[in-house]
Design a protein around this ligand. Structure first.
Ligand code: UT7
Length: 346
């Protein structure tokens, strides 16, 4: 067997796995300054504050100006998370950016961020799992940290979906906002940090919520843009029913993996898509308001950014204490879903 300098080929990865966990040590977020309220929307699309608030819980969203792209928000969130973690960009081994609205089709937005923040020692790649992206990212980062492959990983969820909206389609344009959230993960005690994860997908639902144009199958020709294929298309009630069905199942499965019960959940941090979905799930598990995080009234649905933004605000509000069980749950386009159980390690 080839011997590589510094690598003990007899080292026991199983032992490493048992010795290391993966925990969040820094959180940060960024949203654009411009705010669009429901009343602002009602000026150019047939809707009302009453309809949007009662059907979704959303009151306003933050919207990028044309010059701002996903990597700009992501880089700000990343620097805030690094400052919170008391690490420098050079300490990072990997930047993993979960996004559906990358700056370019390729190369990855993670590479753009790497250059922006000067993380010269970090590998970088994007992860495409839409609104489930942050949960997918935590799972991948957790695996890499537990094997001993890496020491510090930055997981970012960032999206600027308002750039892909048809502002005449009231079924979608009222829902989404722009933002980025970031988490620095590092190796920790195996009993803390990400103690269980569960991911899934159902590709038969690709067309339930998607942007059909812009890829190699349907390039953005003048004709395709004219047909609106450069904008988000969503079968709202189909996605709603999917979410209400899948989220409780995902929570049950991840709790089994963590050997925990619903009553052990200290804070439920769900993807912020619709207040009715969050309330239905909380009710199903008997989780009172104190143990559910909600901020979608301020930001709308920020896709992959919603969970790390929520975690950042939960930390700022003093709702994350060491030892507390935090459950994150994402669901969205793909269709995809994912959840993590974290025993807070900070
Ligand atoms: O990250 C995951 C992404 N997506 C989601 O999580 C979305 C999940 N789906 C939802 O949140 C809900 O389906 C929506 C909020 C999108 C829609 O709520 P709904 O209660 O399912 O409404 P609906 O689509 O069944 O529409 C009910 C009525 C319709 O009118 P008619 O046909 O009953 O006369 C719509 O045309 O409400 C109308 N409507 C609106 N009215 C005022 C739809 N959108 C609007 C609007 N303002 N913005």
């Amino acid at each position: 067997m080839t011997q590589f300098p510094g690598v003990d080929v007899h080292s026991n990865l199983t032992l490493n796995h048992a010795l290391r966990g993966a925990g969040i040590i820094g959180l940060g977020m960024a949203v654009p300054e411009r705010v669009l309220t429901n009343d602002d929307l009602a000026k150019f699309v047939e809707t009302s504050d009453e309809w949007i608030t009662s059907r979704t819980g959303i009151r306003q969203r933050h919207v990028c100006d044309p010059e701002t792209a996903t990597s700009d928000l992501a880089a700000s969130a990343a620097l805030a998370a690094l400052a919170d973690a008391k690490l420098s960009p050079q300490d990072l081994d990997l930047i993993l950016c979960a996004t559906a609205t990358g700056d370019y089709l390729w190369p990855s937005t993670a590479c753009v961020i790497q250059h922006k923040i000067g993380a010269t020692n970090a590998a970088a790649f994007d992860l495409s799992a839409a609104c489930s992206g942050f949960c997918y990212g935590l799972t991948v980062a957790g695996g890499l940290l537990r094997t001993g492959e890496m020491q510090n990983i930055l997981v970012i969820g960032a999206d600027t979906l308002t750039k892909q909206l048809n502002w005449h389609d009231r079924g979608t344009c009222i829902l989404f906002g722009d933002g980025a959230g970031a988490a620095v993960l590092t190796a920790c005690n195996p009993d803390e940090g990400v103690i269980a994860s569960y991911l899934g997908a159902d590709g038969s639902g690709v067309e339930s919520i998607w942007m059909p144009g812009g890829g190699v199958r349907t390039p953005l020709t003048t004709e395709n843009i004219g047909a609106g294929l450069n904008c988000i298309q969503m079968k709202g009630s189909e996605v709603y029913k999917f979410a209400v069905r899948i989220v409780p199942e995902v929570i049950e499965r991840v709790l089994v993996r963590a050997k925990l019960q619903p009553e052990d959940i200290g804070l439920l941090v769900m993807h912020q898509a619709n207040l009715r979905i969050i309330q239905a799930v909380a009710e199903r598990f008997g989780i009172d308001d104190e143990r559910v995080f909600v901020n979608l009234h301020k930001y709308g649905n920020t896709s992959a950014a919603s969970i790390p933004i929520a975690l950042t605000e939960a930390q700022a509000e003093g709702r994350l204490q060491r030892g507390k069980v935090i459950v994150t749950v994402g669901f969205g386009a793909g269709l995809t879903w994912g959840a993590n159980v974290l025993r807070w390690n900070k």
